[in-house]
Every structure is written in structure tokens, then in C-alpha cells.
Write a protein that binds this ligand. Structure first.
Ligand code: ADP
Length: 385
């Protein structure tokens, strides 16, 4: 970098340019004004004086006075220029200190963050532009630190989740090799279950990463929410055979047009109804309701199952969070179904929330989505305004 390009020298040069412009202008203007004023003001006075004592030539006197004036200006200019240069340099140094110090700190902080020290923060002092830059920098550093913590936690969580089914498979295989477990259909079915769990976990993780990055392609259109829910529940009914679990669906008399991706909405409904079934004991009830609510449509899945403790509710939608880890794992849960569902709901302009009156008192999950227009020629949009 040439000297000229450095901020400090540009500041000095700017100050000196101001001094130079001032000195030059003063010289030129004084020269011009001297001639004018001497001619206009002094010459008549000197002429009158000359007439009185008769000895002084007014033109020569004007030249003497004009010369004296010019010398005075020229001599005054030197100390003025020196003083201006001195003040210019001093203010340049002060300015440089004020500008360059925070810039250097910013550069050093960025370097340390680039090196992986995400806990770096800049000192915020005053309320000027540099304080604003430092505040933004610190916010960025905090975000990066959070992302890094998430990344580390994710790797730990994934490793932990993979360990359980892998340990299961390893255990069965060791038992088979040692001849402790019989190599029969039951054993192979158990191994197959663990492999399926692994498979589901991996594909859920893949979906989660795409959903969190906002990379799931959405095909939004108007569809009848009631019809979709009935179809999904009909799909799940065979799973309920032999279980004393009642599932009911309430839909409005007229279509409830929702504007969202029907496939992704179906995925959320399957997750919610699947959970309601999974976490409801025998004799329980699952009610699925489709209705309009203000500017939105809502799909409500309520069960009379095991319920959710109040302290768990805030974490329910975090990935890998399970209220009862061993129960959820046993039933094949990956703990990311709700995380995926909530992200999908958000991306479709909706929300997904959960409430529960506590352990043993059932749970209610509500999916809200924007209302849509009826497709051309299909019924009226009444009943859900
Ligand atoms: P999982 O695959 O483990 O069910 P989810 O993300 O779908 O993962 O759910 C996360 C956790 O939320 C579950 O492990 C369970 O503890 C709790 N949960 C979800 N739905 C219900 C429900 N209907 N009743 C009680 N607990 C539920």
C-alpha cells in the first residue's frame, strides 16, 4: 500500500490542502484588494495631504503604503500558515487516533473470529458511528457463536442418536456370533427394526437440514383442509386395528379452503395424529378438528393421552427433544418430527403450537395456515371468513 493510500496520510494531506487553499486565496485576494483600496481610499487622502504641505507625490506615497500593506500581509501569512499547519497536524493526529484505533480493533476482532474465537467482543464506548459499528460487530459475533454452538450440539446429538440403534444392532450381532442369541426370524426382525430406525433417523435428519435451511420446495395452492384431514386419518386407521383408541374427525359442512402446500400439510397432520396415537393409552380418544379462526384456518389435534408437563412445553419443538426419551425411542420416535413440522408450518406462512393441561391430561396441537380462495367453479368461500 502506498503512503498516499493510508488513511492517516490522507487526513494530513486534507488538512494541509485546506491550509494551502487559505494561504493562496488570502494572498491573491489581498493583492487585488490592496490595489483597489489604495486607489479608491488612500490616494485621495494622500493627494489632499500633498496639496497641504506640497512636498509628497501622491502616486509615490500610494506605492509606499501599498508596498507596506503587502509586506505586512506577506509577513503575517508566514506565522499564520505555520500556526494553521500546526493546528492542522494536531487535529489530524487526534482524528487519526479516534478513527484508526477503533478500525484497528475491528480488524483485530475480525481476525480472531476468523480464527475460530467466537467469544470475541469489541468494547462499545460513546454513541458515535464507531459505537454503532462495534454494536453491529458484537451482534454478528454473538450470532456466529450461537451458530457454532448449534453446530457442535447438532454433531453431539446426531452421534448420540446414532449410537442407540447401532448399539442394538451390534448387541444382536455379537449374540448371534457367540451363539447366545438364536439366529431365528425373531432376532432378524429385531435387527431389521433397528436398521429401519437408523434409516428413519437419517432421512428425518436430511429433511430437517433442508427445512431449517429453507430449501424445501413448496407448491402452494388452495385445497380443502377438511378433505385432506379425512384422507390422512383414513390412512392411519389400519394402525389402530386392535387398539382401543377412538379417533374422530370434525370438518365444517362446506370446504375450508387453505392456501398451503397440501403434501407438506399432510406430512404435518400425519406427524400430529401419529403422535396423538403414540402417546395415548388404550381407551383414549383422539379428536381432529378443522375450522376457520379469524384470517386463518386451523387444524386441531387433541388427545386424552399422557399429556405434557408445563416445563417441557417450551422445548417441545426443539430437535431431539423428548419428554420421556426412553418411551419415545421405544416407539421409534426420532424427536425431530415436531421440529420439522413447525418449520414447514412457518414456511407456509402458518404456525404450529402445543398446549397441555399437564401430565395425564392430554395434549392439543394446533396448526394454523392462511385461508385460500376456492378454486374456480368450486363452491362458495362461506363459513370461514
Ligand atoms: P418423536 O418422534 O419422539 O415423537 P416428535 O418431535 O414428534 O418426536 O415429538 C417430540 C416429543 O414431544 C415426543 O418425544 C413426546 O415426548 C412429545 N409429544 C409429542 N406429541 C405428543 C402428544 N400428543 N402427547 C404427549 N407428548 C407428545
Amino acid at each position: 500500500m502506498t503512503l498516499w493510500r493510508q488513511v492517516r496520510w490522507r487526513i494530513v494531506a486534507a488538512q494541509l490542502a485546506v491550509v494551502g487553499a487559505g494561504v493562496t486565496t488570502l494572498l491573491l485576494v489581498a493583492e487585488w484588494l490592496a490595489g483597489y483600496h489604495v486607489a479608491a481610499d488612500l490616494v485621495p487622502v494622500l493627494a489632499a495631504l500633498a496639496r497641504q504641505d506640497g512636498g509628497l507625490d501622491s502616486a509615490a506615497a500610494a506605492a509606499v503604503v501599498g508596498g507596506a500593506f503587502r509586506r505586512t500581509v506577506a509577513q503575517a501569512l508566514l506565522p499564520a500558515a505555520l500556526a494553521a499547519t500546526g493546528v492542522g497536524l494536531a487535529t489530524s493526529l487526534l482524528l487519526m487516533r479516534d478513527i484508526l484505533r477503533p478500525l484497528r480493533e475491528l480488524a483485530a476482532g475480525s481476525e480472531r473470529i476468523a480464527g475460530g474465537s467466537y467469544d470475541q467482543r469489541l468494547a462499545v464506548s460513546g454513541s458515535d458511528e464507531f459505537a454503532a459499528v462495534a454494536t453491529s460487530f458484537n451482534r454478528m459475533a454473538a450470532m456466529l457463536e450461537q451458530v457454532e454452538q448449534h453446530r457442535v450440539a447438532l454433531i453431539g446429538d446426531v452421534a448420540h442418536e446414532l449410537r442407540t440403534p447401532l448399539a442394538g444392532i451390534e448387541g444382536y450381532l455379537e449374540g448371534l456370533v457367540d451363539g447366545v442369541i438364536p439366529g431365528d426370524l425373531e432376532t432378524f426382525t429385531l435387527i431389521q427394526q433397528e436398521v429401519r430406525r437408523l434409516h428413519r433417523l437419517v432421512s428425518d435428519l436430511q429433511t430437517l437440514s433442508r427445512v431449517e435451511a429453507g430449501q424445501v420446495p413448496l407448491q402452494r395452492r388452495s385445497f380443502d383442509g377438511g378433505e385432506l384431514v379425512q384422507r390422512m386419518v383414513a390412512q392411519l386407521r389400519p394402525q389402530l386395528e386392535g387398539q382401543a383408541l377412538e379417533i374422530t374427525v370434525e370438518v365444517p359442512g362446506t370446504p375450508l379452503w387453505l392456501y398451503a402446500d397440501p403434501d407438506r400439510t399432510a406430512q404435518i397432520v400425519l406427524n400430529l395424529v401419529g403422535n396423538a396415537i403414540r402417546y395415548s393409552p388404550q381407551g383414549g380418544q383422539v379428536r381432529v378438528r378443522v375450522e376457520a379462526s379469524g384470517e386463518q384456518g386451523q387444524l386441531v389435534v387433541a388427545d386424552t393421552g399422557i399429556g405434557i408437563p408445563p416445563e417441557a412445553l417450551p422445548y417441545l419443538f426443539e430437535r431431539f427433544y423428548r419428554v420421556d426419551a426412553s418411551r419415545s425411542r421405544r416407539s421409534g420416535g426420532s424427536g425431530i418430527g415436531l421440529t420439522i413440522s413447525r418449520h414447514l408450518a412457518w414456511q407456509m406462512g402458518g404456525t404450529l403450537t402445543a398446549t397441555s393441561a399437564g401430565v395425564g391430561h392430554g395434549s392439543t396441537f394446533t396448526l394454523r395456515l392462511p385461508l385460500g380462495q376456492p378454486p374456480d367453479g368450486k363452491g362458495e368461500a362461506e363459513g370461514y371468513s
